[in-house]
Design a protein around this ligand. Sequence first.
Ligand code: SER
Length: 583
Amino acid sequence: MNLKDEFIKYFVEHGHVEIPSAPLIPENDPTVLFNTAGMQPLIPYLLGEPHPKGKRLCDAQKCVRLTDLDDIGDKTHHTFFEMLGNWSLGDYFKKESIGYSFEFLTKVLNIPIKRLAVTVFAGNDEIPRDELSASIWQELGIPKERIAYLGVEDNFWIAGESGPCGGDTEIFYFRSDDEIPTKFDPKDDRWVEIWNNVFMEFNKDESGKITELAKKNVDTGMGLERVVAVLEGVNDNYKTSIWKEILTSIEKVSGKPYEGNEISMRIIADHIRTSVFISADPAGIKPSNTDQGYILRRLIRRAIRHAKKLGIDTSTNWMEPIALEVIKKYENYYTEIKENKEVVLDVLKNESIKFNRTLEKGLREFDKVVSHLQGNTIDKDNAFKLYDTYGFPIELTEEMAKEQNLKVDTKGFEEKFLAHQELSRTASKGKFKGGLMGHSEIETKYHTATHLLNAALKVVIGPDVHQKGSNINESRMRFDFSCDHKLSEEEKKQVEDLVNTWIKEDLPVTMEVMKKEDAIKSGAEAMFIEKYADMVNVYKIGEVSKEICGGPHVEHTGLLGHFKITKEEASSAGVRRIKAILE
Ligand code: SER
């Protein structure tokens, strides 16, 4: 049985429309590096925008969670995973939602009721205890002793600090051959959470204030890997059919069995799978020292080091056969994997070649540092040298140190790192500056230049050019747009000239607050119309550009200086990328 197919089939049969997974890298949300839950791309709809596909949706969403990065190597964690979800956007609520979950688990997956238990929200000062969910579960046959009431920490769900949210009911499965205790104890780890139904009826604003949403929604999430492990009766996720071929190819490449080499093999399997998905994503991420690129680099380099531990000759293209298994496994469902196959293989190969050049020497340097160590902490200068000269991500140094019960002066490293005028590594951990978040003077200028570039491309290439993404930092702007061909030198020159003409004309930048519909009717350019609230800011630059945008912008274009395109390249199928600077 294929869980993903069964899940989608069941919910489609119950009036849901299957939607494709959104990209792993949120296209215009600079506050997060990756999608971490199925609901994330649906936030505007959970807040009340009508979804074009209706009120009942289901999908399998690609997710990456980095909070667990250090845990990879154990039996249950993955950086990349698929989340199965079904949604009611102001349609059904608790009764139907719980009914569907129960029926799917017990009738489609044939899980015996005696192996199930649930938690419901115990309530707090603002929100009452969820007696309704508890009684629905009881009516369906879940005994009282198998229902636990938990508080905000466990049974209230929100993505991040603000946004749509609500109490949830979580479903647990007893994953052990032991006798099943009559009373459910959510702290007993033989009970594993398999599904989470969130009853999203509130919105929490940035100040922390909770208000009721006009429409009540349901958002559910089921971790595919975990449930497959349950269904296949194994207590190591990596022993499921999901990983079989991938691990076999690692066994082949290393000439070693999985048994006895689990940790390194799990890390390699997990990190290569995640790297394949990140580099195949339409955002066109390449290994780098910032943001998603840094995560990709870390994953690949960590996998390489573990390959070395297994005795794999890392100077060969050893990752390719493993990556090909990952591609084979997923390409039919996630077509970008197929489309960007060559890109993915190139990313892995190039990063591998790059790191391999310094790996050997870096490992020797590390050993030297350790043998001369006084005390138990690797100092910031050595950690920085390993990073700067040998390309060891700090986390890799930390991991290697930990294996020998040593520590690293990470704080000192970060200070040194920042002093070298690079972006903060902590930025890469959760949120990053860029796009709309950057507010420095130069970033503001780049922001305005983005609008001019967008407008110039429409003139030079054609009105069908649309923005597909953008990212700004202190030293450059990056702009992705739909276009089916590589720009010629002449086109690039025309675009540059046009932007510079508009800069010289010193056009005024003005802003008007408008109703979203009116803004669209007036011809304002908008990248993700569904993401915006009812009232929007429309920025006009003279008569050349009009865009819905959050700002900030300079007041007149004369402030921008000279605009220069530094690079034009493919980003993904049908999407080109321009990098440009203001001089
Ligand atoms: N948003 C919830 C979760 O991530 C349910 O989808 O668990």
